[in-house]
Ligand binder design. Structure first.
Ligand code: SF4
Ligand code: SF4
Length: 362
């Protein structure tokens, strides 16, 4: 996956955001796009890159540049098996939808726009500004009428200390489906306890005591045929089936041939949510030998995956030591082991037992 990030400007201010504007890539001039396209084309061809992803902040704030880049790649005859676009959906207009559909892009709509940790007594937003019921309409909700016209999309939900259960999200999806007369697909992920994320959202061990049994409940629902429970695990199961090999290599989660994160100057980073110089691992346009700065960055990226615990862990090829920017590594590690057991169980139910899903994990 080639992750191209333009900057971290955003029209939302979510407390759990992994990105901080202070770690944004350098500002770009319009001519930087042309130079980038010219240089990235041979890089994509030479490295057989088939998957590309555009990131902000909010990428629609950078739409003219993203459009110029992708159209430039297509004009050069490049094709991609997977084009990913992650947006909060609030700025979507018809012309974006037309272009994203033409690119056959898979658009992930992040449906989590609360600014601060909230109390569980507060009313929760549901459908947003196009709500059928006209209730609790945050101004920053996705433009569902535009989302409904996307050919390939999912609605992404985030488990955090504040949100440990998927049921409210399934209700949102059901309301959307009823209103728009088409299916909506969930994608769930788990908060990363980075310095950009307010600590009030970090998952704790006490949270896992509640959350993990809920995941098992959802896994059972998947097997019983629940469509939302099916799709919320689908991407994670696919990754687990692809990456989990008990004797596999331990590459970092977000840096390697599988994850190439660059800004328009060709600087490469160990995380596509932070363009801090300390995470700059080199340049794809001007490759040079390691420098003390890039060596320090690589050491940071590998700090968990190359640790003694991870090196002997049987699930390292899938877990990859987890997020190297996390402030709650012990919680992440425990959750990864629990998720592995759960995914292995689902796999065994659906595909029959094999030696991969009976591996014992401490
Ligand atoms: S589960 Fe824990 S020990 Fe195993 S690879 Fe992940 S972070 Fe490392
Ligand atoms: S290091 Fe990887 S997992 Fe962690 S915030 Fe960055 S992209 Fe996400």
């Amino acid at each position: 996956m080639l992750n191209i990030f333009l900057g971290y400007a955003c029209n939302f201010k979510c407390g759990y955001c992994l990105q901080s504007p202070s770690s944004s890539p350098p500002r770009h001039n319009p001519q930087d796009v042309d130079r980038f396209v010219e240089k990235i084309i041979p890089y994509i061809q030479n490295n057989g890159i088939d998957e590309i992803s555009y990131w902000g902040g909010e990428p629609l704030l950078y739409w003219p540049r993203i459009k110029a880049i992708h159209e430039g790649l297509l004009r050069a005859g490049l094709t991609f098996g997977f084009v990913k676009f992650v947006t909060n959906g609030s700025l979507l207009e018809d012309h974006h939808v037309e272009v994203l559909n033409r690119w056959d892009a898979y658009v992930v709509i992040s449906h989590h726009s609360w600014q601060e940790p909230h109390s569980s007594q507060e009313p929760r937003p549901t459908l947003g500004k196009h709500s059928q019921q006209g209730e609790s309409t945050p101004p920053d909700a996705p433009s569902w009428d535009k989302v409904a016209r996307l050919c390939r999309s999912s609605v992404s939900f985030l488990f955090t200390h504040e949100d440990l259960f998927a049921w409210p999200w399934f209700r949102v999806l059901e309301d959307l489906e009823q209103h728009w007369g088409r299916p909506f697909f969930p994608y769930v992920h788990w908060v990363r306890a980075t310095e950009g994320c307010a600590p009030g959202f970090y998952l704790t061990h006490d949270d896992l005591d509640i959350h993990v049994p809920h995941l098992w409940e959802l896994a059972e629902q998947r097997l019983e045929g629940d469509r939302h429970a099916h799709f919320m695990f689908e991407g994670h199961l696919r990754d687990w089936r692809r990456d989990f090999h008990p004797d596999g290599d331990s590459k970092p989660m977000c840096h390697g041939d599988h994850h190439i994160s660059v800004d328009l100057a060709g600087n490469r980073y160990g995380c596509h949510h932070s363009a801090r110089v300390e995470l700059r691992t080199g340049s794809i346009f001007a490759p040079e030998g390691p420098t003390p700065t890039t060596e320090r960055a690589i050491a940071h990226v590998e700090k968990f995956v190359k640790s003694g615990d991870c090196m002997v862990c049987p699930i390292r090829s899938w877990c990859r030591g987890n997020c190297h920017l996390s402030n709650t590594h012990d919680v992440d590690c425990r959750l990864a082991k629990k998720k592995h057991k759960l995914l292995a169980w689902i796999d065994a139910q659906e595909n029959g037992s094999n030696n991969r899903n009976t591996i014992k994990v401490p």
